[in-house]
Design a protein around this ligand. Sequence first.
Ligand SMILES: [Zn+2]
Length: 387
Amino acid sequence: MTRLLDFAVALRQSRALLAREREPFSAFQQQRFDTLVEHARRRSPFYRDWDGAPLDKATMMEHFDAIVTDPRLRRDERYLGDYRVMTTSGSSGLKGLFVYDRAGWTGIMAQFLRYSATVGIEPRFPRRLRIGAVVSPTGTHMSRRCASAVDVGVHRVLGLAVTQPLREIVSRLNAFQPQSLNTFPTMALELAEEQRAGRLRIAPELISTSSELLTPEMADRIEETWCVRPYSLYATTEGLWGVDCEHHAGIHLFEDMVRVENVDEHGRAVPDGAPGAKLLVPNLFNFVQPLLRLEIADAVTIAAEPCACGRTLRRLESVAGRAHDVLELGDVRVQPLHFGVIARDRDVVEFQVVQTGPSSVRVLVVARGDVQARLRERCSNGCAGWA
Ligand SMILES: [Zn+2]
């Protein structure tokens, strides 16, 4: 009952946000930000004398107990039943902890529903929409938690874990025949190859990917396979979400719910159109754990031009990947995107990059057939400086 009620509140909230996506939002955003700052100054010991300084994840974890506005809440103790706890995957070495109360979590659900509506996943009657979600097996992962939180019977949802054997995923999808497919870009590519080999036989009308970078090459391959251009969902545990529109010209950030500053590595603001080193965000609807100007280690460029769709929400023109994933090879900084020449090869199943010295890497590839000569040539052509 509670879940259904929360769903209804989130749905109403998402519809209100969708309705004003083409209106200016800065006054609304500023008002929410001021309310949050005032609340944090009053209720969070950490922010009592806040001077506007940014917050990184290590500091957030170190001062967790002083940041939260519920004095009963402790980083090391059992979490209170009335909160939802999310963790970041820890791939960057440090685990992040994010706590939401009911209202805060409804805000996250509203973002999920807003993404769903933008890509065309709407409730259908009398025959419910069949959604196939091949997502993270971990319960605290954002994609998993959202998929189950909104599974209140409006759609038919088949949830599979990316870690299941591929053969099993293929056979379950064949039996279910999803109309909407949601998964990670790398999994979408694997499924595309299964479809092309004739083992997977599905005809989704909608495809969306999340959690990893969807490169144009990956999107092309998916479109060639199913004649559907995939949408790319950007969803961070920190609270910043966004999705591309029907023009597929960059991800629109849901800035009316999270204020976004793009800054260089020294924390100085960069103008739209120029590449930044990280984002500073406060989630405007998390009042339990106010995080004012929290760092997200994504190096992005925000488009300077408005989108043809008329939405006022700014777009991510490019995402170079999480700053922690950047490799330093001598004087050269290598972004994960540079490995696109390997990732988009149709015969590459998976690959791993191992740094073997101050200026060398070894790339381990699992492939169908012999790809070595082809990849070697492409790497030396396309990625001069690091191959
Ligand atoms: Zn647009």
